[in-house]
Design a protein around this ligand. Structure first.
Ligand SMILES: *Cc1c(COP(=O)(O)O)cnc(C)c1O
Length: 409
């Protein structure tokens, strides 16, 4: 990336001529793509000529977004999906086979955790480890381990994975290292810096930011040597080895499963991405000030936020991330009912979702983490009074006043 982060995103579409001199890549809604020469149609199918075959596998609007995300992650190629979960599922479905083993952080987005349960039923084994220490990862690796999966900052308790040392270990052992970068976004952190081979982003969150489109992406950083990966099908080995992984993810994960990102959502996400840096700076600034406010408040017993000095990975987070992002969690003092507290908030919206322009709050054990049961919640350190906050870009004084009011009532 020669230009800065925001300049690069703003001018990405203009690198190749856009239809009718439009400054945004237009929304291409067509499902079918017609070719005047049948030989060209065949070449597109064989991958011998650039072009589009059928809307499920992509369209020019989605391709323009893929190119932006590739630049944002300093990668070599990106495949977009209809949601972040579709992107994560595509990685596993495309790359794992029965009998394979995965080492994953145990501090996981709830639906990723649930998906691992399904994979387990299908014959893959998953070891969940505390990934804040590389030692736990290395101890879990076996000869049939195909990949290591972590999130940068875990939701909801904001544990930061031992990103650099896990990356070093995976590089030394030629293991595929997959990082879910959703909570940091490529503006705060590029997992490639620490050796990630694949990076996943839920585009629904801060990258889109406005809560008006779902999307996900898988980016190949170019660091992993796919010739060492045993699960690549022979017919995808005609391409250059650097493309094997993303090609198989596109064919087996996108084409065969059909979690396609529609052009209208790709357009909205691309517009959102233009202001990602501005919004991340603003929400991170609000979040750090609020975290300090909560830390000093007698009715709050714990604040989980990597920007606070007493957070266990504060020093690492400061070294690696540009700012600490929008997500934090708080625990209320005994005797305060979390539902009553939440109901007193007037501005903050009681809602699932995160990485939105608006500040959102949710009692996590009673909602998102309900289905997994009390035992797994306990393993993950999720108590009943834990409230997850996703801080938005409102004016700070209004946010502090709303929380102060709800706490002091
Ligand atoms: C939201 C989220 C996902 C899933 O994204 P969707 O777009 O909602 O499917 C995956 N990982 C993390 C860390 C998330 O926060």
């Amino acid at each position: 990336m020669m230009n800065g982060f925001t300049t690069t995103i703003l001018h990405s579409d203009l690198e190749s001529p856009i239809e009718h001199n439009s400054v945004h890549k237009p929304m291409h809604m067509a499902v079918a793509f017609g070719y005047p020469d049948a030989r060209d149609l065949a070449k597109v199918f064989k991958g011998e000529m650039a072009g589009y075959a059928y809307g499920r596998q992509g369209n020019p609007t989605t391709a323009a977004l893929e190119s932006k995300i590739t630049k944002m992650e300093a990668g070599v190629a990106t495949a977009c999906f209809g949601t972040g979960m579709a992107a994560i599922a595509a990685v596993f479905i495309a790359l794992l086979r029965k009998g394979d083993h995965v080492v994953s952080s145990s501090f996981l987005f709830g639906n990723t955790n649930s998906l691992f349960g399904t994979l387990n039923e299908l014959g893959c084994e998953i070891s969940f480890v505390d990934a804040t220490d590389v030692e736990n990862v290395t101890r879990a690796v076996r000869p049939n381990t195909r990949l290591v999966f972590v999130e940068t900052i875990a939701n909801p308790r904001t544990q930061v994975a031992d990103l650099a040392r896990i990356g070093e270990y995976c590089a030394a052992h030629k293991l595929l290292y997959v990082v879910d970068n959703t909570l940091t976004t490529p503006y705060l952190y590029q997992p490639k810096r620490h050796g990630a081979g694949l990076v996943v982003n839920s585009l629904t969150k801060n990258i889109c930011g406005h809560g008006n489109a779902l999307g996900g992406a898988v980016t190949d950083t170019g660091l992993f040597d796919w010739t060492r990966f045993p699960n690549i099908y022979e017919n995808y080995k005609n391409a250059k080895p650097a493309q094997w992984g993303i090609l198989q993810i596109r064919k087996k994960g996108l084409r065969d499963v059909g979690g396609t990102l529609v052009a209208e959502s790709a357009h909205r996400i691309a517009i959102g991405a233009e202001t990602l840096a501005l919004r991340m700076d603003r929400c991170s600034d609000n979040a750090l000030k609020l975290a300090r406010f909560f830390e000093a408040h007698p009715k709050i017993t714990r604040v989980y936020y990597p920007g606070l000095e007493k957070h266990a990975q504060h020093r690492l987070a400061s070294d690696w991330f540009k700012t600490y992002g929008p997500l934090m969690s708080i625990e209320l003092a005994d005797g305060i009912d979390c539902f009553d507290f939440l109901n007193r908030l007037k501005l903050v919206i009681l809602s699932s979702h995160l990485g939105d322009n608006r500040t959102l709050a949710i009692p996590i054990a009673h909602t998102i983490y309900w289905e997994m049961g009390a035992e797994r919640r306990k393993e993950m350190g999720i108590v009943d009074s834990l409230i997850r906050l996703s801080i938005g870009i409102e004016d700070y004084a209004d946010l502090e006043a709303d929380f102060k009011n709800a706490l002091d009532a």
